[in-house]
Design a protein around this ligand. Structure first.
Ligand code: DAH
Length: 342
């Protein structure tokens, strides 16, 4: 019998079976030798019919021995490969639990947004609706209808960015009052937050800043209603013990007009750096809506009256959080913003 054929296959297997074979290469090797159809070892069986009858048994035995030998070798290789692959995986998946964890940064709302939300929440709780006007206004809504016609000296109170003769960047959220009163008849109770623009730039002024306008119009509204409401407002915003003080002032769209101070929430009114030793901090402008403004909007001042107020958001944020330069609210420096989470 031709034993050399068996030997040749063994020899071929030895050269093909390399030391470091991975599972998939071993799988291919197994197929090449032991596949039922095309495998080299099984191929020998096809030759059975050419073998003389008296040698058939021995030939068959030889094929089986070769098959067992190949199988045994493959199994050993497979075990080794599996162990190596497992080891490799363990090493790859090793976790060093002593490495410091990656810090997760938690953001917080911008101080301006925090103050705006606080104020909106307080007034929403008192039944105010929110009205957001447009940042580009006409001269009429921003000035004329608010009793500030062309040539009125009060125009000098605000340095205006004009876009054309007619259009401008609103200098005050007060412009929204007119839109609201034109669209809706009393009772009116609205709060109007938004950006305003003035050609003004120093440590406490920025060309773009935010205001919050309030307007109440109904029968029998007086200055007393304004002060009562402001007392509740400042206590919710700055703390229980805070009181208000009204000082006479001038705004063209209110008569009488007042400047509203709050007792210093830092020193309780004794006098400190924040209140410049006076015990009081100026916080907003307000007043009883001028009859002319009501008339401009088609509301009869003999039947209705109202009050209005305007408050600067950045100013409140600066006072509340001890920020001494308004620029810090626009620079987005996380070392500053991270400290303010009210
Ligand atoms: N618009 C004023 C300003 O920007 C603030 C203001 C004062 C608004 C009195 C009012 C008000 O509604 O009654 O300086």
């Amino acid at each position: 019998m031709d034993r050399a054929k068996f030997e040749a296959i063994r020899e071929q297997f030895r050269t093909e079976a390399k030391e470091r074979m991975d599972s998939s290469a071993i799988y291919e090797l197994r197929k090449r030798y032991l596949d039922r159809k095309g495998g080299l070892v099984n191929g020998l069986m096809k030759e059975m019919r050419n073998i003389p009858a008296e040698e058939k048994a021995e030939f068959g035995q030889g094929v089986n021995q070769l098959k067992d030998w190949v199988l045994e070798n493959l199994q050993k290789m497979e075990e080794k490969a599996r162990a190596q692959e497992l080891q490799h995986r363990y090493e790859k998946e090793k976790i060093d639990i002593t490495i410091p964890a990656v810090k997760i940064r938690r953001g917080n709302l911008h101080p301006n947004t925090q103050v705006k939300n606080q104020i909106v929440n307080i007034f929403a709780g008192m039944g105010f609706d929110i009205y957001e006007g447009a940042e580009i206004e006409t001269d009429y809504y921003n000035f004329t209808a608010l009793n500030t016609p062309q040539d009125h000296p009060a125009r000098d109170m605000q340095d205006t960015f004009y876009l054309t003769d007619e259009f401008l960047l609103r200098t005050q959220t007060s412009a929204g009052q007119i839109h609201v009163m034109e669209a809706k008849k009393p009772p009116i109770k609205i709060l109007s937050p938004g950006k305003v623009f003035r050609s003004d730039d120093d440590a406490t002024h920025s060309p773009m800043f935010s205001q919050m306008e309030g307007l109440v119009v109904d029968k029998g509204i007086t200055l007393c209603d304004l002060q009562g409401m402001l007392d509740v407002f400042v206590q919710k915003l700055f703390g229980e013990g805070v009181r208000t003080r009204l000082r006479p002032s001038y705004f063209p769209f209110t008569e009488p007009s007042v400047e509203v101070d709050v007792s210093c929430f830092a020193c309780g009114g004794k006098g400190c750096r924040l209140c410049k030793g006076t015990g009081w901090i100026e916080i907003l402008g307000a007043g009883v809506v001028n009859r002319k403004v009501l008339e401009n909007c088609g509301i009869d001042p003999e039947v209705y009256s109202g009050f209005a107020f305007g408050i600067g958001i950045e100013r409140v944020a600066m006072l509340k959080y001890g920020i001494n330069n308004i620029k810090l609210l626009f620079e987005s420096d996380l070392r500053v913003l991270d400290q303010i989470n009210d």
